[in-house]
Structures are given as structure tokens and as C-alpha cells.
Design a protein around this ligand. Structure first.
Ligand SMILES: Cc1cc2nc3c(=O)[nH]c(=O)nc-3n(C[C@H](O)[C@H](O)[C@H](O)COP(=O)(O)OP(=O)(O)OC[C@H]3O[C@@H](n4cnc5c(N)ncnc54)[C@H](O)[C@@H]3O)c2cc1C
Ligand code: SF4
Length: 502
């Protein structure tokens, strides 16, 4: 029986982040492990609510009060099993998830402090490693059915593990040189060290999943070949078509790049360095995109922009501005706009914001300014107002508010426009919808029988937790399609949406 007074006895506390000067001199994760005493205390704050609203915040349906109580009593092995019952990769979500479960926690009603659900999750996930409880679970009797998964992000990997454990022969195709999708080269090591991915890949391989890297389906292998060779195909290619701003004067100048170009180059440099010094980040054609000694302007206010900020500081930027066209959000939930337990619009300050740089709100770029040689030297910005009219976003500059920010490197982190148009889709005859995503029927099949879709490719740019949830659900649908024995868990259906008030 959980402690009903735990939240009265203990305040919400998180482990301290590593000091800024220390952490920006390396690429290791920002958070050190929490002590067992702290984490058991924090788990004690959970009230085991009659209606645990935290469940409604989490698309995976994680059994949060159950594992909170198991941690409270020190029953770590059971906590590991309970957590893995609904989540293939809690070490990813525990590190990366913005935690909609915490926004929905009953303790947050009226501005109270939610249980530190995400921190408890990551500690359980790490305990699984420390206690040797990630042993592979190969099936004794294969079904003889085969599945190709295209794309190796969290959606593809979650589906692959579910299907392999159900006895199907799964092959994951990835066009990149390493498995992991955005977790590998999109998200920096200071948020997710790559050993966590490698450990899971070893587990999946031991469970029978085959990986084929450096293979772009649609180019190196045709969709027709894949369909002939496999009983089912799952598309999990992400939503990697970056939004651009081609009409802004000066966009073609040297030094103006998509954020993902910068992040991928930086992550590759870190991966190549091992324990040695990290080389300067360059694009595949040798173009430098490193922030060392440069004035950097990051355009955008989301996860990608914050990751660029953290990378720029670790590379030794001379100064960084981060521009957001929207006004500064409130610091606490506006209950009239976003009532509990929905996800609130509030100012989100990531660890990267603690490390330096200046955030500029309600501002938009008017021009990238040439230094006379074709290289950007500044960004001309204006204060703006943003309003929605007939579904369109109208951005209006405030007259007389223009000014210049020095800039040698400009990074566009202004979002994604869905999945890329690529030969694979043309060969399959699958089209993108108005959002650039690929629609799924209620059983996760695309418009083509036997071809399924999951993750960002279906949902549009989203979160790791949704990618895992969709991967699990699509795996359940594929298992049923192949006539597999019993049913696999399906936490969401294709129409599922985050909790919202309207
Ligand atoms: C910079 C950045 C930071 C983020 N930070 C967070 C965060 O902190 N927390 C969070 O929850 N979410 C975060 N996200 C979002 C999260 O990473 C994605 O929602 C998630 O990775 C989507 O998973 P996925 O499996 O659908 O696709 P992806 O992870 O995008 O993987 C798709 C894979 O498919 C491969 N592929 C595409 N086409 C082909 C083909 N034809 N043949 C073979 N392979 C192909 C691609 O190379 C890619 O590896 C972040 C996103 C970005 C860009
Ligand atoms: S809503 Fe919060 S307090 Fe209630 S069960 Fe979930 S985590 Fe515990």
C-alpha cells in the first residue's frame, strides 16, 4: 500500500545537473545518476491515484503508479519488469521525453509539483542494466513469416523487437551508416549517450533481428524486391523534410544552414572521436559548420534549436542568440488556456539554456546580411506579432523595430514538413497527405495492402514516446495480419492524439 502522505512529507527534487563549466567542456550527459535514497523518496510522493491521470498523458500506457511503488519499496527487479511491460526502451524516454505524464499528474492540480516520473523511469532503466536484467528474449519457435522494417529510429526498432519476440524474422533497413534514426545522429550525446542505443541493438540482434545499414530502400533495394522477399513491410522513415525559408533575402549565403546539417555533423564528429579530441564539424563535402569562435544565430524555439544551442557552446561559440517568433510563454500553466491535465504552453528551459546564449522572443529574420564575399555577417531581425487567420499564420513586423545581430553561422531550426518525398514512396504508390505524412488505415496499413506505417512518418515530427507507442501498435497489427498466435499489445490506434482541451 503506497504511502498516502508521501507528497506531504517530501518536496519534488531532482538530482543536480553537472556544473555548467564542467559539462560544456565535454559531450557527456548533463545529469549524473540520482542516488537511490533520493529516487525512493521521490517515488514515495506518488499517491497511487484511484484514477491515475498520468496514464492519460502517456501514449505508452506506462504503469506509472505500479513502478513508483515498487521503487519506493526497493523492489527494483519487479520495477524493471513492470516498466518493460509497456516500453521497449525506457532508457530513451527516461532521458528524452518531455514527460506529458508529469503534466497530467494529479499532484500538479492547482500548480502543485508533479511526481518526478521521468527521473524514476530513467533510474529503473539504468537499474535494469546494472542488475543484468536486459537478457535477450529469443523465441524458441519461429513462425516462418518475414517482415522488413524500413528506418531504424525508435518506431522501427520498437516494432522490430515486438515482432522478433513474437517469432517473426525481422530485417531492419537503414540508409545511414549506423542504426538509431534521430537518436543516433540527430540528438546530441549530452542528452543521450550512444552506448544506450548500442546496448539495445546487441539485445535485438541476439533476439534475431537482422540489421542492414547503408541501404536506402527505393534506391539500393527496390520496393518491389522488398515486397517479393517479405510477408509484410513496415515504413518507419521519420519526418525528416526540414522546413526552409527560401524567400528570405540572403538565404543562399555561406554560413546559413539547416539545423540538422549542423547537428548531424557535430554528432558524427563526437562519434568518430571516441575518447579522443573531437574534430571540427564539417558537412560531407567538407564545408565547415562548426561554431568554434563564431557568432551563432539559431532560428527556432523547439527541441532542435535547444540542441543546436548546447552543441554551439560545446564547440566554443563566441556568442549565441536563439530567435523565436512567438512571444515569451508564461512561466506557469495558464489554466484558462490549457487546463490540467493537458500539455501546457509554458516557457521551457532546457539544460542548454542554462549554459549561456540569449533568447529573443517575438522576433523574426528579415534578411541574412552579406559581408560582401557571399558569407553571412549578420542577421537583420524585426520584432513581430503573430496571429492565425483562416488557418494561416500571419507574421507582421513592427515598424521601426529592425536591428542587426552579428552572425557567422546561422542555423534554421524552424521545424519539419513531414516525411521526405523519396523513390520508395513513388515505387509503392504511397502518397503524402497535406501535412507531408503518410496516412494509415485503422489497422496501420497504408493505402497499399501489406505495407504498414508508424512513427513520425505517420504522425509528423513528434516525440520518441509516440514513435515507440506507434511502433508497438503497428507490430501488433502486422502480427495479426500474418495470422500470428494471440495478440500483441497495441497502446494507441492511428487516430490517437495527445490530451487536449479542444
Ligand atoms: C534535433 C532533434 C531533437 C529531438 N529531441 C527530442 C527529445 O528530446 N525528446 C523526444 O521525445 N523527441 C525528440 N525529437 C523527436 C524524435 O527524435 C522523433 O520523434 C523520433 O526519433 C521519431 O522516430 P521515428 O522512428 O519515427 O523516425 P526517425 O528517428 O526519424 O528514424 C527514421 C529513419 O529512417 C531512415 N530512412 C528514411 N528513409 C529510408 C529509406 N528509404 N531506406 C532506409 N532508411 C530510411 C532515416 O535515415 C532514419 O534513420 C527530436 C528530434 C530532433 C530532430
Ligand atoms: S497521477 Fe501522479 S500521483 Fe497519481 S498515480 Fe500518477 S504519478 Fe502517482
Amino acid at each position: 500500500m503506497p504511502d498516502p502522505n508521501g507528497f506531504l512529507r517530501y518536496d519534488r527534487r531532482l538530482p543536480a545537473r553537472r556544473p555548467v563549466p564542467v559539462r560544456i567542456s565535454d559531450w557527456r550527459e548533463v545529469y549524473p545518476p540520482a542516488g537511490e535514497e533520493l529516487i525512493r523518496e521521490q517515488a514515495t510522493r506518488c499517491m497511487d491515484c484511484g484514477i491515475p491521470f498520468c496514464h492519460d498523458g502517456c501514449p505508452l500506457g506506462n504503469r506509472i503508479p505500479d513502478w513508483n511503488d515498487l521503487v519506493r519499496t526497493g523492489s527494483w527487479d519487479s520495477a524493471v519488469d513492470t516498466l518493460h511491460a509497456t516500453n521497449n526502451f525506457p532508457e530513451f524516454t527516461g532521458r528524452l521525453c518531455p514527460a506529458p505524464c508529469e503534466a497530467a499528474c494529479v499532484l500538479g492540480i492547482g500548480g502543485g509539483d508533479a511526481v518526478t516520473i521521468k527521473q524514476v523511469e530513467v533510474e529503473i532503466a539504468d537499474a535494469a542494466v546494472a542488475r543484468g536484467r536486459l537478457a535477450p528474449q529469443p523465441v524458441p519457435t519461429p513462425t516462418g513469416r518475414t517482415v522488413a522494417v524500413v528506418g531504424s529510429g525508435p518506431a522501427g526498432l520498437a516494432a522490430a523487437q515486438q515482432l522478433a519476440r513474437a517469432g517473426h524474422a525481422v530485417t531492419v533497413y537503414e540508409r545511414d551508416d549506423a542504426i538509431g534514426g534521430l537518436l543516433r545522429y540527430g540528438i546530441p550525446d549530452f542528452k543521450l549517450e550512444k552506448e544506450h542505443i548500442d546496448r539495445r541493438l546487441a539485445q535485438l540482434a541476439a533476439e534475431g533481428v537482422r540489421f542492414r545499414t547503408g541501404v536506402e530502400v527505393g534506391v539500393d533495394v527496390t520496393a518491389r524486391q522488398l515486397r517479393a522477399e517479405y510477408d509484410a513491410v513496415l515504413l518507419a522513415c521519420g519526418a525528416l523534410a526540414g522546413r526552409d525559408t527560401p524567400a528570405t533575402p540572403g538565404r543562399a549565403l555561406r554560413g546559413v544552414h539547416q539545423a540538422m546539417s549542423h547537428l548531424v555533423a557535430a554528432n558524427r564528429a563526437v562519434a568518430a572521436a571516441g575518447d579522443g579530441p573531437v574534430a571540427s564539424a564539417v558537412l560531407p563535402d567538407g564545408t565547415p559548420v562548426d561554431a568554434a569562435g563564431k557568432h551563432v544565430v539559431i532560428i527556432g524555439g523547439g527541441d532542435t534549436a535547444a540542441d543546436c544551442l548546447g552543441v554551439a557552446h560545446r564547440q566554443g561559440a563566441a556568442g549565441v542568440y536563439q530567435l523565436d517568433m512567438y512571444p515569451e510563454p508564461p512561466h506557469a500553466r495558464d489554466a484558462a488556456r490549457d487546463p490540467w491535465p493537458t500539455w501546457p504552453w509554458v516557457l521551457r528551459s532546457y539544460a542548454a539554456h542554462e549554459e549561456g546564449g540569449e533568447r529573443v522572443f517575438a522576433a523574426a529574420v528579415q534578411e541574412f546580411v552579406d559581408d560582401g564575399t557571399g558569407q553571412v555577417r549578420a542577421v537583420r531581425i524585426a520584432e513581430v506579432t503573430v496571429e492565425k487567420r483562416d488557418g494561416q499564420r500571419i507574421v507582421t513586423p513592427v515598424p521601426g523595430s529592425e536591428r542587426e545581430l552579428p552572425a557567422d553561422l546561422v542555423l534554421l531550426a524552424i521545424g519539419f514538413e513531414g516525411t521526405e518525398q523519396q523513390p520508395l514512396l513513388e515505387q509503392l504508390g504511397v502518397t503524402r497527405n497535406a501535412r507531408g505524412a503518410v496516412d494509415a488505415r485503422p489497422d496501420w496499413q497504408t493505402s497499399v495492402d501489406g505495407v504498414f506505417v508508424a512513427g513520425d512518418m505517420h504522425r509528423g515530427a513528434s516525440l520518441v514516446v509516440w514513435a515507440i507507442a506507434e511502433g508497438r501498435a503497428a507490430a501488433a497489427a502486422i502480427h495479426a495480419h500474418l495470422g500470428g498466435h494471440g495478440r500483441l499489445p497495441a497502446p494507441v490506434d492511428p487516430a490517437a492524439q495527445p490530451l487536449a482541451a479542444r
